[in-house]
Design a protein around this ligand. Sequence first.
Ligand SMILES: CC(C)(COP(=O)(O)OP(=O)(O)OC[C@H]1O[C@@H](n2cnc3c(N)ncnc32)[C@H](O)[C@@H]1OP(=O)(O)O)[C@@H](O)C(=O)NCCC(=O)NCCS
Length: 382
Amino acid sequence: MSSHPFWETQPVSNEISNPGLIDDKLKGYNNKNETPLPDGLEWHHLDINQELPVLIDFLKRHFMSINDCFTLNYQESLVKWFLDFKDEDFNCKSSPRLLSISIKKENKLLGYICAAPAYIKIGEKINETAIVNFLCIHKKLRKLRLAPLLIKELIRRCRVHLPHILISPIFTAKYLPFQPILDAKYYFRYLNFEKLNNNRFVNVKNYENYDIPTLDSNITFRPMLPDDISQAYELFLKNIKDKKLSIYFKNKEQFTRYFSNKIIDGELNGPIYTFVVTQNNKVTDWISCYSLPYQVEYNKNELQVLNLLRLEQGETDYLTLFNLMFKSAKELNFDLFCTLDFFDIKNKSELKFESQDVEISYYTFNYDCGIINSSECSLILP
Ligand SMILES: CC(C)(COP(=O)(O)OP(=O)(O)OC[C@H]1O[C@@H](n2cnc3c(N)ncnc32)[C@H](O)[C@@H]1OP(=O)(O)O)[C@@H](O)C(=O)NCCC(=O)NCCS
């Protein structure tokens, strides 16, 4: 019997042969009928507008934990942000309904997967594709081969309902049995060492001074406002030329939906936090993050974690940019800053970044594009 009965039958790449689509017909996926499920289980179209609390509860209980001691505490706002794309931007109808699916039994959620259409630059080409996320199976039903059923049904729906796009989804995972296009390492920057230490997130032996250095007070670093968006988008379009893996936005409206801040009563309200550096009212650099708290399992405390989503450098060096972001994150009461290693930062130790053992890999389904260097990637998936 094959050791990887699912992936061995899928159009994924193990060595780079011909860049591009692996199977342009995806014959196995043109089936109009839903993927059969074991007896007693049924497919459910998860309605994000009505059932988000149920999904969040499911993800909190069953999604990822770090060493079983800390759990990613997904919030409604972040999942909604991920799935809140406009169908018109991708020439499709009702895709959130089609692409947010679950397996249920007697009204109970047992597994979930979703995809959001996106334009992704892979190599030199802009692809109409999808980002797959939140694949999750109930903890008591692991190793029962439900994950391949969710993946198959998602791909089938993409093929049947959205044949003009969504040909080669991209996703992150750990250690799948085929060639990732990129492996990336996580880095943490402790912002509130005392709280992290009190909640056993860090070991006291690691202590050094985690204060933020004094920064040039002439630099303006502030939340991005609607008037900044044209210039921020221009910088994005300029910098993307050097990237081989990146999300892409066809127009300013798509860009705005993805990166704009939510400000309520003058306060930043997440889940997205985008800051700009300005000189003489001109945006020179910007940085965008998303918040995803960790729950401490033994005492149920919450650690506030800010994760890098995008950084566009123009005139400010990395050292200053990151330190400006750390300072603002601290002021916003975040305890930890987390990033993937996509920047050729020479002075990681000066920034007090702690390298983690955890790695994540990027995979493409049905698309062969070879290996991408981490410095050529600016695609970060929540
Ligand atoms: C990841 C998860 C869904 C896998 O479920 P499982 O019950 O262990 O796996 P199943 O028995 O259903 O299926 C196994 C198959 O799915 C594949 N698989 C496992 N995790 C996968 C992933 N993240 N992405 C794609 N395929 C995956 C395996 O390679 C295997 O296929 P193979 O036999 O061809 O190698 C489950 O462990 C889970 O919910 N984890 C917590 C959430 C999580 O980590 N999600 C992934 C985010 S990166």
